[in-house]
Design a protein around this ligand. Structure first.
Ligand SMILES: [Zn+2]
Length: 258
């Protein structure tokens, strides 16, 4: 038998969907808050209310507090101590109704640099965009916009790392040594300006390019005048974008461009 959607459920779902459409993210939100008419018979109407309420909750942490938590988590990781992040059944149940991550990351796909591990975080703590070379294309920017506008994330960290294969590949393209098959070349393209910039610095080209690549990505996120989500949040003091590099040998992450 079909059950009517409760009034509270209707209001919550409609509000969520409206916010999602305003963001252009209606499809994503609709998966969590189906507001297209009466609830299907197999879904109890009351099940929508807690999920909708949780989706509106944001972290209490400021950007500075989020940064402090990441630093503390990285220290714990380096020292082999237990960090604050929790991964267990209780935490899984807690975050099932809605996520309230306190930071977003743009980081590399490299198997040695999962942000949750490096910064002692658990389920529901970080909203992470990963690709080879930690760059920002339209999909990555849209994901970050979602994290800020919808999830209220106060901090975005762009994380590069030592001996990054994607950056090394871009460096080898610039120095004329390599060509890559398939779409790998397109992965290196956004990193190439950083390599060209780093060539004038002297020292290790890949290390310098890693840092230059992070700085350029941070600047792109901070300075894009046409970004209708990140720019207002930055100007209002609700968001900070910072860079960091991770040392594979020591496990230490160093933040910069604060
Ligand atoms: Zn990498």
């Amino acid at each position: 038998m079909r059950q009517p959607l409760s009034r509270r459920g209707l209001i919550s779902s409609a509000g969520l969907l409206g916010a999602g459409l305003a963001l252009g993210a209606g499809r994503v939100l609709a998966q969590h808050a189906p507001a297209h008419g009466p609830a299907p018979a197999h879904a109890p109407a009351t099940a929508h209310a807690p999920a909708a309420a949780a989706a509106h909750a944001h972290t209490d942490l400021t950007a500075a507090q989020a940064l402090a938590r990441l630093r503390e988590g990285n220290h714990a990781f380096v020292d082999g101590r237990v960090a604050k992040g929790v991964i267990n059944e209780a935490r899984r149940v807690e975050v099932a109704a809605g996520q309230t991550p306190f930071a977003a990351f743009v980081s590399c796909s490299d198997s040695r640099v999962p942000p949750e591990h490096l910064f002692g975080c658990g389920l529901g703590d970080l909203f992470v965009v990963r690709n080879a070379g930690n760059t920002v294309d339209t999909v990555a920017r849209g994901s970050l916009q979602y994290a800020v506008a919808q999830l209220g994330v106060p901090l975005i960290v762009v994380l590069g790392h030592e001996r990054c294969g994607a950056v090394a590949a871009a460096a080898s393209v610039v120095t004329g040594k390599a060509k890559f098959p398939g779409a790998i070349g397109q992965v290196t393209e956004p990193i190439i300006p950083a390599v060209i910039e780093a060539q004038s610095h002297g020292g290790d080209l890949v290390d310098n390019s890693v840092r230059a690549n992070v700085k350029r990505t941070v600047a792109r996120l901070r300075d894009d005048q046409e970004d209708v989500v990140l720019r207002p949040a930055l100007r209002a003091g609700k968001l900070r974008v910072v860079g960091a590099t991770y040392d594979l040998d020591t496990g230490v992450a160093v933040f910069f461009d604060l």
